[in-house]
Design a protein around this ligand. Structure first.
Ligand SMILES: Nc1ncnc2c1ncn2[C@@H]1O[C@H](COP(=O)(O)OP(=O)(O)O)[C@@H](O)[C@H]1O
Ligand SMILES: [Mg+2]
Length: 301
């Protein structure tokens, strides 16, 4: 086991009937990391999270949390989760549900702190859980996830259905928890959320882990940088393909487009060549486009 390793998945596969929801996935997460499992709908994010929580058993491979089976009591006392499906005990008031959850844990957070963290309002505490709106249920669900003062937090698509203000507050709270040293794993299909909040992005597609790295690394890998210029008679396209750092040369709309991982290197090669380059443009690429392209490409394979 790597030092400070909190979660470890080894070659995990989950099959539902003949559908491989998760396919040979391995990764580990260190203490204090904030990791995003990013991927389009159906990528296998929830299934993976459910296996980390011990709610589903892998068809093959192993999942360890804090070095143990996720179902062990020791693990359960140290983790908290906010899932997409919010189901709470409807007959109790919000206050009663929170107190009940606190009673499950050896060292729960204080009631006041849970109310503060979750942003639940005074009048909401007296309501029966079944009477809450979608947004209020999310806040309650967050309070319940935090009840045991967990070391490790799991959030499954936490901001789906939240308005902009609630989203902002939610991510601020996540930053606060990160600063308290919590390990946080969240799933999202919003690239921007992963980029803004996570220090690590684990990219899923069709049940497979297709990239794993810091947002900067993922961006560098995914983003297609390009240099383009007007096509003229003098330009030898074939000759360009042999220059260093050039991944692809194409002609579109009367312009030559060069895809590259290093636009500076391409520019200096171009200037050294005896060409007559007109109307040169450098494009650093949009991450959103790259994310789309990548998931489309993998689809075609
Ligand atoms: N209980 C289940 N039975 C059958 N198929 C399932 C079940 N849960 C998930 N799947 C399928 O597995 C794939 C991954 O699902 P899921 O993990 O929910 O993806 P995500 O959370 O990334 O949207 C999807 O194709 C989904 O339809
Ligand atoms: Mg999901």
């Amino acid at each position: 086991m790597v030092l400070n390793e909190i979660i470890c998945l080894k070659d995990v596969t989950k099959t539902f009937k003949d559908k491989k929801a998760v396919d040979g996935v391995s990764f580990s997460i260190r203490q204090g990391e904030v990791a995003a499992i990013l991927g389009p709908n159906g990528a296998g994010k929830t299934t993976t999270l459910s296996m980390m929580l011990g709610l589903l058993q892998p068809s093959s491979g192993t999942v360890k949390v804090l070095g143990e089976n996720p179902n062990s009591r020791k693990v359960r006392e140290k983790i908290g989760a906010m899932l997409q499906e919010v189901s709470v005990i409807d007959a109790l008031t919000v206050k009663e549900v929170i107190q009940l959850f606190r009673s499950y844990y050896p060292e729960p957070l204080s009631f006041e702190e849970l109310v503060n963290l979750s942003g639940l309002k005074e009048d909401e505490l007296k309501k029966r859980a079944e009477k809450l709106s979608g947004g209020q249920k999310r806040r309650l669900s967050f309070a319940l996830a935090m009840a045991g003062d967990p070391e490790v937090l799991f959030f499954d698509e936490p901001t789906v259905g939240m308005d902009i203000h609630s989203r902002k507050i939610f991510w601020q709270t996540v930053h606060l928890l990160k600063n308290r040293g919590k390990t946080i794993i969240f799933t999202t299909h919003y690239l921007q959320e992963a980029d803004d909040t996570a220090e690590r992005i684990i990219l899923f597609h069709n049940g497979r882990l297709i990239e794993d790295g810091s947002p900067a690394e993922i961006k560098a890998k995914l983003t297609r940088k390009s240099v383009s210029f007007r096509k003229t008679e003098a330009i030898n396209i074939k000759g360009l393909e042999n220059l260093p750092h050039i991944q692809k040369v194409s002609v579109k709309g009367g312009r030559v487009h060069i895809e590259t991982d290093d636009t500076d290197a391409v520019l200096s090669s171009l200037y050294k060549l005896n060409g007559y380059w007109k109307d040169i443009q450098v494009d650093s690429g949009r991450l959103e486009d790259a994310f789309e392209q990548l998931t489309e490409e993998k689809e075609a394979v």
